[in-house]
Write a protein that binds this ligand. Sequence first.
Ligand code: CDP
Ligand code: CDP
Length: 216
Amino acid sequence: MNNLVIAVDGPAGAGKSTIAKIIAKRLNINYIDTGAMYRAITYKCLKNNIDINNEEEVVRIAQNTDIDFRDNNLYLDKEIVNEEIRTIEVSNNVSNVAKIKDVRYLMVDVQREIGERNSVILDGRDIGSYVFPNADYKFYLIATPEERGIRRFKELTEKGYDTSLEEIIKDIIKRDEIDSNREFAPLVKAEDAIEIDTTGKSIDEVVDYVLSKINL
Ligand code: CDP
Ligand code: CDP
């Protein structure tokens, strides 16, 4: 039997990872947070004082980095990373790392390899449009920038970050713009993806809707 591949794409804060994690558990398949991979490279560059605008240097770091997912954890050079890749500093820089074609090639290779080995749900920006154009199911989640900003703001303040809603909305809009306008594999709804506007919807409502579209 072929592996099941489910693609969940959309802009920042649309609810992709929250929904994808729940679906993975319900269907007992793997969950791959592809954004975490770009965040991990960005984190490693910042930690090593690499200038994010120096593409050659960033690519060199990416080429010398080991990224893997096991038991739904992301391993960066054999160490589990989690909170450190979700800081505001990483968020502010990640889209400039993710727009580098050679970095994307490396990440996409890992994603495809995992998808070939296992049944997976992946969330990202280009999963349905580029990484797995033949995915069994494709979803494209959206919500207004205000609602996405409020969701992210709540998350970060609960974790104790000192930030403002304005700053978060600004970051989200800027990232959406860079992600949508990059030359290679931009954020775009695949033609055959099911679009879900999650504005004003609860997590359960979105999960139920997604599950109603999946026939196993
Ligand atoms: O969780 P949030 O929406 O804030 O972002 P993320 O999913 O962690 O992704 C962080 C960044 O990685 C995005 O803003 C994109 O620049 C990049 N990304 C990408 O280019 N392609 C993907 N498949 C996933 C993420
Ligand atoms: O992965 P993505 O950036 O698309 O979003 P996320 O990291 O899943 O973050 C969405 C935030 O909004 C989380 O704190 C969720 O609890 C919340 N949320 C949601 O995901 N979906 C809704 N329908 C309502 C709220």
